[in-house]
Design a protein around this ligand. Structure first.
Ligand SMILES: *Cc1c(COP(=O)(O)O)cnc(C)c1O
Length: 348
């Protein structure tokens, strides 16, 4: 049976052309700064986002955690939305790696307003409080259901940060989805962020790879932290080649993933088992089931039809579309979702 894997956009396999690019990569020892392909990827992504320099890392968790480490010290605080990946899904790394505190904002679907950010900044010169140092945004917001910030919204938060002398970091694991949906230019991001983490292993389909972007000085300090975390790789240009291939070939097509996610949303809204769907903005579909199916029963029923999905909390399901979800898989999924609506459910 053909498997349609909607659990995450991390499940993609390298395409034959991507593998070919990997096989023919020029490599060297990156800890010595001698891997030409990694150097190209770092320079290319930095230029793309209007930043000075880049640092290739094995994961987005590492790029985020390095950025937080370089921007903060113990006794300082990071402001982020309560749903943020850096807080929810990085194993408590902010406390483990940086000994920093976190101020959690109750945003809307993962997005904070400039007013909310400002309200969470601690008063200066009061020893009771940690010292606010960093604000971190996520674009798109995973737990928010793929919502995105526009450049205008980013600029307004950046203005608050500049006024209070705070650094602004972007967890851009799905920033290319945000750019595809907003129509904003990557180039403009450099003006507003002090650091940006981008992932090539999500919607862009590379097997491994994230890049941390920032000023030359910031990246120099980040390189030391990457080494101590064990992220100094050697001939990793084979991986960077997949990332370069992904940037050159898999960005334009992201609209396809968004269209497929939208089609799933439209079908789900017609069924008798869905209570609500978070309005789809990019490639993530998060929905709540009514009591016809439990989330476990729903995921199991889909699995019988060759469709893999994630339970995302009580009665919550997440689908993510990506490079390896074909048109045929989309049609199969829509058909199964419809059929489950007409199906009678055994109550025992
Ligand atoms: C996937 C993801 C990351 C990074 O995850 P890794 O698996 O460590 O590469 C960071 N932020 C968000 C929002 C993500 O979805």
């Amino acid at each position: 049976m053909q498997i349609t894997d909607l659990r995450s956009d991390t499940v993609t396999r390298p395409t034959p052309a991507m593998l070919q690019a990997m096989f023919s990569a020029e490599v060297g020892d990156d800890v010595y700064g001698e891997d030409a392909t990694i150097n190209t990827l770092e320079a290319k992504t930095a230029a793309m986002f209007g930043m000075e320099a880049g640092l290739f890392c094995p994961s987005g968790t590492m790029t985020n955690q390095i950025a937080i480490k370089v921007h903060t010290q113990p006794l300082t605080e990071v402001i982020c939305d309560v749903t943020a990946h850096i807080y929810q899904y990085e194993g408590g790394g902010i406390s483990f790696n940086s000994s920093a505190s976190v101020a959690l904002v109750q945003g809307t679907r993962g997005k904070m307003t400039p007013q909310q950010v400002e309200a969470h900044i601690r008063p200066l010169d009061n020893v009771h409080f940690p010292e606010t140092k960093l604000v971190a945004l996520e674009n798109t917001c995973n737990k928010g259901g793929g919502t995105f910030y526009t450049l205008e919204e980013i600029a307004a938060i950046s203005e608050v940060c500049k006024r209070h002398n705070l650094a602004l970091h972007l967890d851009g694991a799905r920033v290319f989805n945000a750019l595809a949906a907003s129509g904003d230019k990557a180039q403009d991001y450099g003006k507003y962020f002090d650091s940006i983490s981008i992932c090539l292993s999500k919607g862009l389909g590379a097997p491994v790879g994230s890049v941390l972007l920032g000023s030359k000085d910031f990246i120099k300090r980040s390189r030391r932290v990457r080494k101590v975390l064990g992220g100094g790789m050697r001939q990793a240009g084979y991986l960077a080649a997949a990332c370069i291939y992904a940037l050159d070939n898999h960005v334009e097509r992201l609209q396809e993933d968004h269209r497929k996610a939208k089609a799933m949303e439209e079908t789900l809204l017609q069924t008798d088992y869905v209570e609500s769907v978070l309005p789809v903005e990019t490639n993530i579909v998060i929905f709540k089931l009514n009591n016809k199916y439990s989330d476990k029963a729903f995921v199991d029923s889909l699995a019988k039809e060759g469709i893999r999905a994630s339970s995302f909390g009580p009665q919550m399901i997440r689908f993510v579309t990506h490079l390896d979800v074909t048109e045929e898989m989309l049609q199969h999924t829509l058909q199964v979702l419809n059929a489950m609506s007409q199906a009678a459910v055994a109550t025992s």
